[in-house]
Write a protein that binds this ligand. Structure first.
Ligand code: NDP
Ligand code: HSE
Length: 438
């Protein structure tokens, strides 16, 4: 059988890795796919870069539309990133009847509904294993391996850059800025790294996981998103003293009235496996009603780990090329006309535990007023520590953990505490998830 011809859009970090992995493992890949998979054409703004990586073995263009319009190309791999040109290219590729593979979670989280509908109409596949958690095959696990389950919740460390930053800050005391620069040099960060540190990239990925896990459309705009930029080494240390680690966690939870969809720094008991996921590694916990809790772990970013997922999609797409399109695995795991209409819940309806840190005057009665404020709002305290004041200091930090509480109540409590005359500045609030078997 002739090799299947692939057109590669963008030969940066992931595109370069994909080229290398396909070349290095070509024999194994052909044995798995049933035919060879060949990159026949590459588009990148920088032609010299393409030549440096691919030599003279491929056709090269600076105009990506030439690839998606080329009749010889059967699969288009979009690794340019962003949501404007990438959207046009993917839709054009679909219109031209090409199979598509992409790692672009921003594109899918924001335009996925349109893209999958177009692919469905055209009978082509848009594969996106690399879009979530880099090299970890979580899409396949959730969409196929767990398809006998009712998924109850998903909780994951799904941004390698922010996990790398938190780990390096905690372990080596490195500065936020220095570690971010390192993550960029290692090819982990997004073109705009604020996507990583503000939780936007994790929210893109969580949107995709929730869609597949629960059978709902992509609803990125409804995802609550808070990043790691405000975290201080002080909070990281206090959390440790209380037996917790702080991770940027994406949480998607099925509730009776709808779905929680949220990304924020989260305290996790230090004894949990997921609390010990360090550096660029990602981990996703999935709770299914039949299987219980499962965890998927591996490198969440970087050239070849991500290429591993891209090539797996290429093998899948090559195998499926001749199958009746209506009987392929649906893009969002559930049949397109059977998606649930239950809403994503507002953040104020979310129920979780909280870490609160506040700076207060070191005098009698202060603690009683704070605990009284919490009691008035029926917020129950799980643990509390009053730190020793520093030499000559008249103020101290109070750190407390609450039991399960509604976000609405904690917002009210924080507003009331911040208004107390002996409290200085803002109350730091970090959400806490036990992630036990429940
Ligand atoms: P890079 O910036 O390293 O690569 C993108 C490449 O596309 C660059 O060579 C860029 O050229 C080129 N390019 C940009 N615009 C055009 C255009 N209009 N026409 C032709 N070429 C163009 O990004 P990554 O490889 O890191 O990321 C690619 C995608 O993979 C993104 O969607 C990202 O979110 C996703 N991803 C990345 C991971 C990672 O670890 N890096 C992991 C998982 C997913 P130039 O350099 O000149 O801009
Ligand atoms: N910037 C992303 C991360 C790349 O750090 O996780 C992988 O999607």
């Amino acid at each position: 059988m002739n090799p299947i011809k692939v057109g590669l859009l963008g030969i940066g970090t992931v595109g370069g890795g994909t080229f290398r992995v396909l070349q290095r493992n070509q024999e194994e890949i052909a044995r798995r796919a049933g035919r060879a998979i060949t990159i026949a054409m590459v588009a990148d703004r920088d032609i010299a870069k393409v030549r440096a990586i691919a030599g003279d073995t491929v056709r090269v263009t600076a105009n990506a539309f030439e690839v998606v319009d080329d009749p010889e190309i059967e699969i288009v791999v979009e690794l340019i990133g962003g949501t404007s040109i990438a959207r046009e290219l993917v839709l054009k590729a679909i219109e031209n009847g090409k199979q598509v593979v992409t790692a672009n979670k921003a594109l899918l989280a924001t335009h996925g509904n349109e893209i999958f509908a177009a692919a469905q109409r055209k009978g082509v596949t848009v594969a996106f294993e690399a879009a979530v958690a880099g090299g970890v095959p979580i899409i396949k696990a959730l969409r196929e391996g767990l398809s006998g389950n009712r998924i109850e919740w998903i909780a994951g460390i799904i941004n390698g850059t922010s996990n790398f930053i938190l780990s390096e800050m905690r372990e080596k005391g490195s500065s936020f800025e220095a570690v971010l620069t390192q993550a960029q040099q290692l090819g982990y960060a997004e073109a705009d790294p604020t996507f990583d540190i503000q939780g936007i990239d994790a929210a893109h990925k969580l949107t995709i996981l929730a869609a597949i896990g629960f059978g709902i459309p992509m609803q990125f705009a409804a995802c609550y998103t808070e990043g790691i930029a405000e975290l201080t080494s002080q909070d990281i240390r206090y959390a440790e003293e209380l037996g917790y680690r702080i991770k940027l966690l994406g949480v998607a939870k099925r509730m009776p009235q709808g779905f929680e969809l949220r990304v924020h720094p989260t305290l996790i008991p230090a004894k949990r496996l997921i609390a010990n996921v360090e550096g660029v590694m990602n981990a996703i916990l999935v709770k299914g009603d039949a299987v219980g809790q499962t965890m998927y772990y591996g490198p969440g970013a970087g050239a070849e780990p991500t290429a591993s997922a891209i090539v797996a999609d290429l093998v899948d797409v090559t195998r499926m090329h001749t199958v009746d399109p209506r009987h392929r695995v649906p893009h969002l795991a559930f049949q397109p006309d059977r998606l649930s209409a239950l809403p994503i819940l507002p953040m104020e309806a979310v129920e979780t535990s909280y870490y609160l840190r506040m700076r207060v005057d070191d005098r009698a009665g202060v603690l009683a007023d704070i605990t009284g404020t919490l009691a008035d709002l029926a917020i129950s305290i799980d643990a509390m520590v009053q730190k020793e004041p520093g030499e000559g200091e008249k103020q101290v930090d109070i750190v407390m953990l609450t039991h399960l509480t509604r976000e609405k109540s904690i917002n009210a409590a924080i507003a009331r505490i911040e208004a107390l005359p002996f409290v200085s500045g803002k109350v730091t609030r970090i959400r806490l998830e036990e992630l036990g078997q429940g």
